[in-house]
Design a protein around this ligand. Structure first.
Ligand code: ADP
Ligand code: MG
Length: 700
């Protein structure tokens, strides 16, 4: 009979109530299962023994055989420390204890060979090891010790209370004894065979007690694959269930609006990427399932026209469509742009924002409900309960990070049946991250910029080069260009940022004084109407310079602006820098981005600046960002499971992730309900999985 892995950890021999409490509170280990899934952080090679004269000043963990020749107590600021002289045939060193001295003193014997293990310090001409692991050589030889020793995650409290790595290793051994190291298999035979994966039991044994690096890496591969496989399976299943359960409105016609626009009014030739994405969207809209698609495309890649043509598909099938943007400025810009495109087609379109007048609102509400209004553009105002559509068929959301999931779902409830949803983002998300975070959405990518764009020249300048930068600005203004100067905006230090902007404004106004130069300024403390006014002056070309905090980050389109100056650039994240740079380079002229910083730069800041100067590829920049910050800090990932990975790492284990997704997809393609006998094990595991939050609670 096998041991029930849900058994509380208290029952394991060698644990007991005190240790069980600590394991629970410190490492969240409640059951046998949790303990098995406590995967080591790293491993050390315990087959190697050092001589004292081989030690180096690198703080390494070493294992040495030698004898204690004597003890002394040394007084120190608080209390005293116990020091043992330890020697082998090549030299002398010290072992040091700050705690548990009485017990150490009584149990260690002078003149007997010991094996010690620990981190070396170099201090006033001598090596020492504080609190070494220590055992008699005779015992050491008897203990079954794997060559690569696992080092487990721990906490200060655990080690202070005596639950050292050695203790954890011992209770892990006990667990394998009691369970005989036999665990239920959780992957199908065919997957295991095809990928030559080791069995579950082998993997678990070798992750804890590997004898060779090869065994370890096979165990790691199997467990990482498994972890990623079940996450992908879950995401893909969610997507499939969604598609089969939630019926969308099939837009089966390609009608007059679309054709007329495509044939007569398209202002430019679409890029191949735009064409491909439109096809993907068209396929979704034409099917019976509700579309739930994420459209990624770098700034300037031309997402708006794709949005508009998708809207035309909706209109051709008699539905209303809406487009929601995160700010009033952006909504207005979309409205103005689309209004022009709608004119020749005779399509009705309105703009609704927080500052729309009551009479306007009333009219919009009315026309929406009676169906005479075909397209509604706007901000969050679209989500208000009063806004009711006659038949909303497609909702497009621009810049999705600004909207929460809850807000998105609000749009759904504006109908008896949810509209198709297209979410557009200009923040390129690395593929692996997208697969994990948005794995339940379908993803389209515009990975090509319209032809003829000149790459933006990006440079890094230190603050003391400002005069040269001013000169450059004047030259650009003289040939008719406009310039952005952006200051950081960080919530916590809003006051300071405001001051930075104001100080900057003062010095810029002095250098670029009226009436020769006109300056706009926009910041978070201004009334929306004032912001709008200032923005409009710049859009119309009435001002030469736009000074702003990051409020202009998203979407603003002023093709004549050709210089982006970012102040305190070291304070911006990579994706933000890239977004800001995307404000220029929208016209035919050569554009520039100047990153201004002080001389004091951290290593990460340097990497960010170098990346910006070197690359203009949003996806490449996003990959660097992911490496620098880890998935935890990338927007939108916080709520998703990617952070709770136990063993895999979505940055380092990209290839395994791709494989896992591929297998999960193929299995579901063949057998979407996991009904085949060979998939029984996957179904069982998957069912267990839905009971628990952390996937490793079910996987063993
Ligand atoms: P984003 O993806 O950042 O929202 P936009 O949709 O605002 O980009 O497009 C940026 C600019 O490029 C706009 O002025 C748009 O008219 C233009 N544009 C879009 N697609 C093309 C294309 N295929 N050829 C030429 N210009 C294009
Ligand atoms: Mg846009």
């Amino acid at each position: 009979m096998s041991v029930n892995l849900q058994t509380p950890i208290d029952y394991l021999k060698g644990v007991g109530p005190n240790r069980a409490d600590l394991l629970r509170s410190e490492l969240d280990i409640k059951t046998y299962q949790d303990l098995i899934n406590l995967f080591p952080n790293r491993y050390i090679d315990r087959t190697k023994y050092y001589k004292i004269n081989e030690l180096q000043r690198n703080n390494a963990e070493v294992q040495i055989i030698g004898v204690i020749t004597g003890f002394k107590e040394v007084a120190q600021k608080r209390g005293k420390r116990l020091v043992a002289d330890f020697k082998d045939e090549t030299g002398m060193m010290e072992l040091v204890w700050f705690r548990g001295q009485k017990w150490i003193r009584e149990s260690l014997k002078i003149g007997q060979p010991y094996v010690i293990f620990g981190k070396t310090n170099w201090f006033s001409g001598k090596y020492s090891i504080p609190h070494p692991e220590i055992e008699l050589q005779s015992e050491h030889n008897n203990n079954l010790r794997s060559a690569m020793q696992a080092i487990y995650p721990s906490t200060e409290k655990l080690s202070n209370k005596g639950i050292t790595n050695r203790v954890v290793t011992k209770i892990m051994q006990q667990l394998f004894l009691e369970t005989k190291g036999r665990f239920i298999e959780t992957l199908s035979d065919s997957t295991k065979n095809e990928l030559k994966l080791v069995s579950k039991s082998d993997a678990l044994f070798n992750i804890h007690f590997p004898k060779t690096p090869e065994q370890l890496s096979r165990a790691q591969f199997r467990l990482k694959f498994e972890e990623l496989f079940y996450i992908q399976l879950q995401l893909i299943l969610k997507n499939l269930i969604h598609k089969s359960k939630i019926k969308g409105f099939p837009f089966d016609k390609v009608g007059d609006y679309f054709n007329s626009f495509y044939n007569n009014h398209l202002p430019f030739e679409l890029t191949n990427a735009q064409k491909r994405v439109l096809k993907e969207i068209r396929q979704d809209l034409g099917s019976n399932a509700q579309m739930n698609r994420l459209l990624q495309g770098d700034v300037g890649s031309g997402k708006t026209i794709v949005a508009f043509m998708s809207i035309l598909m909706g209109l051709d099938n008699g539905f209303q469509c809406c487009l929601m943007a995160p700010t009033a400025i952006l909504s207005a810009q979309h409205y103005n742009g689309l209004f022009e495109l709608c004119k020749p087609l005779n399509i009705s379109i309105s703009l609704l924002t927080g500052s729309s007048k009551t009479s306007e609102r009333k009219k919009i509400h009315e026309n929406l409900e009676n169906g005479s209004l075909q397209i509604l553009i706007g901000t969050h105002a679209l989500l208000e309960d009063k806004v009711k559509f006659k038949n909303l068929g497609l909702a497009i959301i621009d810049e999705q990070h600004r909207f929460g999931v809850a807000q998105r779902s609000k749009l759904w409830h504006k109908n008896t049946s949810p509209p198709h949803v297209l979410v557009m983002t200009a923040t390129p998300i690395p593929r692996t991250l997208a697969m994990s975070v948005y794995g339940d959405l379908d993803i389209s990518v515009i990975d090509e910029l319209p032809a003829g764009r000149k790459p933006i020249k990006t440079v890094h300048r230190f603050d003391n080069n400002r005069l040269k930068v001013f000169k450059f600005m004047k030259d650009e203004i003289a040939i008719g260009r406009q310039i952005y100067i952006v200051y950081p905006l960080i919530q916590e230090s809003e006051k300071m940022d405001y001051k930075d902007l104001m100080d900057g404004h003062e010095s810029i106004s002095r250098e670029f004084s009226m009436p020769d130069y006109q300056i706009s300024i926009v910041h978070g403390k201004m009334k929306p109407a004032d912001k709008d006014y200032e923005m409009q002056r710049f859009v119309k070309g009435e001002t030469n310079i736009m000074m702003a905090t990051t409020v202009i980050e998203v979407g603003v389109n002023v093709p004549n602006a050709s210089v982006m100056i970012i102040e305190s650039a070291e304070r911006f994240g990579l994706s933000q820098l890239h977004q800001l740079r995307g404000r220029v380079g929208r016209g035919a002229e050569q554009s520039y981005c100047i990153l201004m910083t002080s001389h004091k730069l951290s290593q990460d800041s340097k990497t960010r600046l170098e990346t910006m100067v070197r690359s203009s590829d949003g996806f490449e920049i996003a990959e660097v960002d992911l490496k620098l910050r880890g998935p935890g800090d990338i927007m939108g990932t916080q709520q998703s499971g990617v952070l709770n990975l136990r063993i895999a790492d979505i940055v380092k284990d990209k290839d395994i992730l791709e494989q896992a997704r591929y297998y999960a997809k193929n299995i579901l393609k063949l057998d979407s309900s996991l009904a085949l006998p060979e998939h029984r094990v996957i179904l069982d595991t998957y069912r267990q999985m839905s009971k628990y939050r952390n996937i490793w609670n079910y996987i063993s």
